[in-house]
Design a protein around this ligand. Structure first.
Ligand code: E4P
Length: 216
């Protein structure tokens, strides 16, 4: 399973990259706003800065909601850097745009996927990635991991090449369960990635080894 980091914070992206386990980055307009990145020029420069830190795919989200606008915006974003993947919302014009981008060889991430039906449309339209938001489903009392499992079954049934990009990941158990089910990618906050490191028996064991190493 690939690990993407779900942030527009350059320091956190660098930290994850230096850990050596990072395969890409996802951003969204809320994450950009959280970092105070406003205005088209600054947003574009920020995407380029992110691409220069990581080796893998970087999702850049369109904010248009009509076919023409999504296509114009997406083509501009894709032209910024070869690592850019155009993030398109799961709406009717978004599906049409996914198909268009797919025919032009522009890679896409279909965002705001909350149901298996939406996931089928994303795959049929040729999305490179489909992003089910598991944490937000959990928030409204639906098990987000059930959606990952359903998507895995459906995509495998028909050999869809769209990759399942588990999004809205909140904690390390989400990551482990996504890996068990067979998500292709999990995009996670840095805190969830580094939480995978932790085990009290590791700390106790290391303390004992170091103490014993110091004995004569
Ligand atoms: C990533 O592509 C999504 O935009 C993101 O994971 C949403 O996460 P949130 O539900 O924590 O905002």
């Amino acid at each position: 399973m690939k690990f993407f980091i779900d942030t527009a914070n350059l320091a956190q992206i660098k930290e994850a990259q230096e850990l050596g386990v990072l395969d890409g980055v996802t951003t969204n307009p809320s994450l950009m706003a959280k970092e105070g990145i406003k205005g088209q020029d600054k947003i574009i420069q920020h995407y380029i800065d992110i691409c220069n830190i990581v080796d893998g795919d970087v999702s850049a989200e369109v904010i248009s909601t009509d076919f023409k606008g999504i296509v114009e915006e997406g083509e501009k974003l894709a032209a910024l850097h070869p690592q850019i993947v155009v993030k398109v919302p799961m709406i009717k014009d978004g599906v049409k745009a996914l198909k268009y981008f797919s025919s032009k060889g522009i890679r896409t991430n279909c965002t705001l996927v909350f149901s298996s039906g939406q996931a089928i449309l994303a795959a049929k339209a040729g999305a490179t990635y489909a992003s089910p938001f598991i944490g937000r489903l959990d928030d409204v009392s639906f098990d987000g991991l059930d959606l990952i499992a359903s998507m895995r079954l459906i995509y495998d049934n028909y050999g869809y090449e769209t990759q399942i990009l588990a999004a809205s990941v909140r904690h390390p158990v989400h990551i482990i369960k996504c890996a068990e089910i067979g998500a292709d990618v999990a995009t996670c906050p840095l805190s969830a990635i580094t939480a995978l490191l932790n085990h009290p028996l590791t700390d106790i064991g290391l303390a004992k080894f170091l103490a014993d190493a110091g004995k004569k």
